[in-house]
Design a protein around this ligand. Structure first.
Ligand SMILES: *Cc1c(COP(=O)(O)O)cnc(C)c1O
Length: 386
């Protein structure tokens, strides 16, 4: 049996007629960049994220960059974030000449540790950039409280968390600005790159709309320098089709995730492969189903791969150890939980269309690893028994 890490064919097959119709509609309209399709999607996503405003842009990475640009950060300012995230989170900060102040993660959720955040605040700190990793919100209450107390702005990297909730509040709606990605493998993914910013603040919304079109107030009149980061109408039209299924898909992911956890526990594998920890009062949308292995994650990944199963480490190199960030002066050992997560965690195939049979197979194959298919562990145990 083959089980890919993600397989988008199922959903595209199902929606093929509607997607082609949407594409045709855009081609007939000849309105390819921004315009009414994008505006319609912006309204739907603002609604979905329970905010007043949504601003489409070219990618989730650009959403982060635009959000930080709108905060008027200066060289020497600091933004506190997690080192255990996709590269774009850190890159958006350094792009602006701003200093990312990394802090360690909570080893249970892999999200930023609020206690570490407060300890990292300096007079230069301007903002906190939490990431809602794998589809589970970072613990926002302490972060919002710290933000208020120190007068810091909060930008949420909700690229993996559209529709996730923390105590009934939607990802992206809790801080000042939320950033979404429509990369094809995200829970709501287009047929190419795309992103969106969400906010309740009309001032930020207006500024972001301007920044995404080179900072122009009207055509050819620029009060500031922005970037070119517009959402195109083809992506918006495709996303509007898929948006109608988003809740159904995220519910299905939640069910598949619960089934994995149940299987792992039933078979007593949950000690060797710790299932995701879900905080109380959250809606986890399981963009990824990530387990922590007792062994090195690459050994487990190779084992799964030999049995036709896709799995992956998100993320093998924490940002503080990336070569391009060496100038920031961080060193190995500084964020032990992030570093440990990088060597122990792996994502299992978990997407709305995965079958029960495929999931059982994945767990069967994990069970074989556990029994020491991989040599050394087995030898030691047998010697111990004898
Ligand atoms: C996907 C992702 C991004 C970037 O989104 P793109 O649309 O791929 O540019 C940023 N942050 C996180 C945590 C992501 O997962």
């Amino acid at each position: 049996m083959k089980v890919p890490l993600i397989d988008l064919r199922g959903q595209h097959q199902l929606l093929r007629p509607q997607l082609l119709e949407a594409i045709e509609r855009v081609i007939d309209s000849q309105q390819f960049v921004l315009g009414s399709e994008v505006e319609a999607l912006e309204e739907e996503i603002a609604d979905y994220c329970t905010v007043e405003f949504a601003v489409g842009c070219a990618s989730g990475s650009d959403a982060l960059l635009l959000a930080l640009m709108s905060l008027d950060l200066k060289a020497g300012d600091e933004v506190i974030t997690t080192p255990f995230t996709f590269f774009a989170t850190g890159a958006a900060i350094t792009r602006l000449g701003v200093h990312p102040r990394f802090v360690d993660i909570d080893p249970r959720t892999y999200n930023i540790d609020p206690a570490a955040v407060e300890a990292a605040i300096t007079p230069q700190t301007r903002a906190i950039l939490p990431v809602h990793l794998y589809g589970q919100c970072a613990d926002m209450d302490p972060l919002l409280e710290i933000g208020k107390r120190y007068g810091l702005l909060i930008v949420e990297d909700a690229a993996q968390a559209i529709g996730a909730e923390d105590r009934g509040r939607r990802a992206g709606s809790m801080g000042h600005i939320g950033c979404l990605s429509f990369y094809p493998t995200k829970n709501l993914g287009g047929a190419g790159d795309g992103g969106m910013l969400v906010t309740d603040d009309p001032v930020f919304a207006k500024r972001l709309r301007r920044l995404r079109v080179h900072g122009g107030t009207t055509e050819y009149h620029h009060d500031e320098v922005g970037i070119n980061s517009r959402l195109d109408a083809l992506q918006a039209a495709i996303l509007r089709v898929k948006y109608q299924y988003l809740d159904e898909w995220s519910e299905a992911r939640r069910e598949k995730a619960a089934f994995y956890t149940q299987l792992l526990e039933e078979r007593g594998l949950n000690v060797d492969f710790t299932p995701p920890f879900v905080r109380a009062s959250v809606r986890h949308i399981f963009h990824q189903y990530v387990v922590r292995a007792r062994q090195q994650n690459d050994e487990v990944i190779n084992h799964l791969s030999r049995h036709g199963i896709g799995s992956k480490v998100y993320y093998p190199v924490p940002l503080h150890l990336q070569k391009c960030f060496a100038y920031l002066g961080y060193s190995n050992g500084q964020f032990p939980e992030a570093e440990r997560a990088a060597t122990q965690t792996l994502a299992l195939p978990c997407f709305p269309e995965i079958t029960e049979e495929q999931q059982r197979y994945v767990v069967d194959v994990l069970a074989k690893f556990d029994r020491g298919v991989n040599g050394q562990t087995v030898v030691k145990t047998e010697k111990g028994v004898r």
